[in-house]
Ligand binder design. Structure first.
Ligand code: SAM
Ligand code: SF4
Length: 331
């Protein structure tokens, strides 16, 4: 029988999120501080090293990989990496999370390389507000990126929206109208306390998935469905039969650790066993000490399963315990 990765709590790990860079052309207020110092290039895994680690994971039974970052599409050569990973025998799905800014340029190359699905982050449909939330982003370019992805025939494109009370919660219904008009899905995400930020007080802007859902229900009745994308979202559908789906990612209000099937690889090659804990293994060290050799990487990954924590605890009122920002974690 093919090998599987199983942790101490009997959870099968068959999903890996790989951060291909910590860099980004945006500076979203919940994700980064305004002045960021990015990692020096030699500390970042090369594309060949990423591919080797991805190969090790797929040989260990991983079925789904998501490329993320930072902004994955600002890394040169990423479409080539997509092509190489997509071709790995046994991998069922290769997906990407992107801010959309480079999609007008790259959507067709990514489709041709074999990327299966795209999640695109979009927190506001108001150009001024979009600029405030992303600090450097341009709404028009991102909307053009979404259309470019649709034109290339990507199906089930999903938007990700982080909702901050008092900042963009008045746009929840606009976002719902937008996904319905464009036949997209959406996930609303509760803000997580990753990295120290001073732009806003996370406790004050926190908006729970339940609050968001109540607001949507008042205008668009929705009901929960069984669908899972293998990620942490819970999905709901519109009672009027519209085929767009609405997801909620609720790391605070609905703990999803019991069904956790995933690990993350940071841009510098750390294997993170849990989003909300610091448990990690340095795979870069293993790769660089054994160039081109898959077996030591596979053994390090097998061993890592023994330290995957049972669950995370987030508490917005406490000091930030997880110092890494989401761009280093690999969202
Ligand atoms: N740059 C890409 C993007 O924005 O889609 C991929 C990386 S980004 C870190 C992945 C996702 O994490 C985005 O949807 C973003 O909104 C979300 N994110 C970033 N920081 C977060 C935080 N502190 N809490 C919750 N979600 C966050
Ligand atoms: Fe960049 Fe994505 Fe973080 Fe925004 S959420 S700063 S787009 S990595």
């Amino acid at each position: 029988m093919a090998e599987q990765l199983v942790d101490k709590f009997n959870r099968v790990v068959d999903y890996v999120r790989i951060s291909v860079t910590d860099r980004c052309d945006f500076r979203c207020v919940y994700c980064m501080s305004e002045e960021m110092t990015f990692l020096p290039r030699e500390q970042i895994l090369s594309l060949e090293e990423i591919q080797l680690i991805a190969t090790a994971f797929v040989e260990l039974g991983v079925k789904k990989i998501r490329l993320t970052g930072g902004e994955p599409l600002v890394r040169n050569g990423v479409a080539q990496l997509v092509g190489n990973i997509a071709a790995l025998p046994g991998l069922k799905e290769l997906n990407m999370t992107s801010n959309g800014s480079q999609l007008p340029r790259l959507a067709s190359e990514l489709k041709a390389a074999g990327l299966n699905r795209l999640n695109i982050s979009l927190d506001s449909l108001n150009p001024q507000r979009f600029k405030e939330l992303t600090r450097t982003g341009n709404l028009e370019t991102v909307l053009a990126g979404i259309q470019a992805a649709k034109q290339q025939g990507f199906s089930h494109i999903k938007l990700n929206a982080v909702i901050l009370k008092g900042r963009n919660d008045d746009e929840i219904l606009d976002l719902i109208n937008y996904i319905r008009q464009n036949e997209l899905d959406i996930s609303f995400i509760e803000e997580m306390p990753l990295g120290q930020i001073s732009e806003h007080d996370r406790e004050q802007t926190f908006m729970s998935s339940d609050e968001i859902r109540t607001l949507i229900q008042a205008q668009f009745p929705i009901e929960k469905i069984d669908h899972t994308s293998g990620g942490p979202s819970e999905y709901w559908r519109f009672n009027d039969g519209h085929k767009s789906r609405v997801g909620f990612i609720s790391p605070h209000s609905h703990n999803f650790c019991g069904s956790c099937n995933r690990v993350r690889l940071t841009a510098e090659g750390k294997l993170l066993l849990c989003l909300g804990n610091e448990h990690s293994v340095d795979l870069r060290e293993v790769v660089r000490q054994n160039p081109g050799d898959l077996e030591p990487i596979k053994q390090a990954i097998r061993d890592a399963m023994l330290i995957k924590p049972e669950r995370h605890y987030f508490n917005l009122a406490q000091e930030v315990k997880i110092l890494r920002f989401m761009n280093t974690t690999g969202g």
